[in-house]
Design a protein around this ligand. Structure first.
Ligand code: COA
Length: 171
């Protein structure tokens, strides 16, 4: 039974996934860099406490993409609720965008979740870059949540993705 994504990730060595970008488990010591990218990426950035909470969940998949020098280029947080994975956060530092970093992070998430896993997310309907990215990776639009974002009353698009293969056995 596969029920402990983070522990599994911690056993893996760092992977060279794309042109000089490497993937590894996100750790607490990465959070200052993550917060800096978060604040440059979102109008309503997550707080440090939100990242700490997600990192503390043993079933979450939390990944860092970094360069050979260790500098963080991007990160991803995905939490499992029952049998569905929720992609909660993904961002790439502005200087490193359009180089495949987010695609590598999401590919790493798919790989670590097991065959047959299902994923969902919400994205601002105005976030054309993110929607294009998710669609390029096989996510499909599946409805909307009215006035989901409290800062400006914007709707969220709901997107889903299912990996092929037998459903993963999760508790
Ligand atoms: C959305 C985001 C994570 C994409 O990261 P990225 O590393 O630049 O994405 P990738 O380089 O892996 O892009 C993969 C594909 O997605 C699509 N894509 C990514 N950014 C795009 C953009 N600005 N416009 C159109 N398509 C885009 C393209 O198909 C791209 O492939 P291509 O470059 O070969 O054409 C990044 O723009 C970001 O951090 N934005 C701010 C935070 C955010 O909005 N996160 C998502 C919240 S739901």
């Amino acid at each position: 039974m596969r029920n402990d994504g983070l522990n599994e990730i911690r056993e893996r060595p760092t992977e060279d996934v794309t042109g000089g970008t490497l993937l590894r488990a996100l750790g607490y010591s990465d959070l200052p860099s993550v917060i800096a990218i978060e604040r440059r990426s979102f109008s309503t950035p997550w707080s440090l406490a939100m990242f700490v909470l997600e990192l503390s969940k043993p079933s979450s998949i939390c990944l860092a993409a970094h360069g050979p020098d260790g500098e963080i280029h991007g990160y991803l947080v995905c939490a499992r609720y029952d049998k569905v994975w929720h992609l909660m956060n993904v961002a790439v530092t502005p200087e490193m965008r359009r180089r495949g970093v987010a695609a590598a992070l999401i590919g790493g998430m798919f790989e670590r979740s097991g065959p047959g896993a299902r994923f969902t997310l919400e994205v601002r309907e105005s976030n054309e870059a993110a929607i294009a990215m998710y669609e390029s990776l096989g996510f499909q639009r599946a409805g909307r949540r009215q006035r989901y974002y409290q800062d400006n009353g914007e709707d969220a698009l709901i997107m889903w993705h299912a990996l092929s293969g037998e459903p993963s056995e999760v508790s």
